[in-house]
Design a protein around this ligand. Structure first.
Ligand code: CA
Length: 227
């Protein structure tokens, strides 16, 4: 489990991260909110622990930016203020839980554990490969935690292929998996859809490989540098 901790009080950041690491969790610390959205796009975290009172943009604004980029990461907000207003505002801006300072480290660990467990249950109906994540219930997809726009057809074809990673999928299977396509659907229509998906998935390090005479195969690969 990997946690991003945003806390500008150095002593508190130190004691908090020590407590979290004692659980065998990996903890990255930052004192500022500005780099958080980018960190969440670049690295995979299971939990964000976010102080509200920060220098620069505060925790509310940080959270707003995180949610605006479509990140579903569970967020535990830390607030020094005892005001009900802050807690309500935190929850309204997309936090999943909050702790009022000072808090017992055992309480923090228990809350962190509960949040991650809850989010893992919520996202169990997910398909993942390299930088791509698909939530089958919500019918949403993300590339490196940024929302990925897919047409209804692309969604059907891609989710069908993602459920069969490592297997070669015949064109006929793709046709029958997609609503509104029937046996009269031309090979060309399938190829057009596949080539659109190819262009969208390449930045995520996913290749749609053509297996001549058989069909297609999803493969993970290092992203190709654009020339
Ligand atoms: Ca603070």
């Amino acid at each position: 489990m990997r946690i991003l901790l945003v806390e500008d009080d150095a002593a508190l950041a130190e004691s908090t991260s020590r407590a979290l690491r004692s659980q065998g969790w990996v903890v990255d610390c930052t004192a500022r909110g500005e780099p958080v959205p980018l960190s969440l796009r670049e690295d995979r975290y299971d939990l964000l622990i976010l102080d509200i009172g920060l220098a620069g943009i505060d925790g509310f604004e940080t959270l707003r930016r995180v949610r605006n980029q479509g990140s579903p990461i569970p967020v535990l907000v830390l607030t020094a203020r005892d005001g009900v207003e802050d807690r309500v505002r935190g929850l309204e801006s997309g936090a999943d839980d909050y702790l009022v300072k000072p808090f017992a480290l055992s309480e923090l660990i228990a809350r962190a554990r509960a949040l991650v467990r809850r989010s893992q249950a919520r996202f169990s109906n997910e398909l993942k490969m390299a930088g791509l994540r698909m939530d089958l219930d919500a019918r949403r997809a993300w590339l490196h935690e940024e929302p990925l726009a897919l047409s209804a057809r692309e969604w059907e074809v891609l989710s069908f292929m993602m459920a069969r990673i490592g297997k070669v999928i015949a064109k006929e299977q793709i046709v029958s998996a997609s609503n509104g396509w029937d046996q009269s659907t031309t090979d060309n229509a399938v190829e057009v859809c596949i080539s659109r998906l190819r262009a969208k998935l390449e930045p995520a390090g996913i290749q749609v490989r053509t297996v001549r005479g058989f069909g297609y195969l999803l493969e993970e690969q290092a992203p190709v540098a654009k020339t």
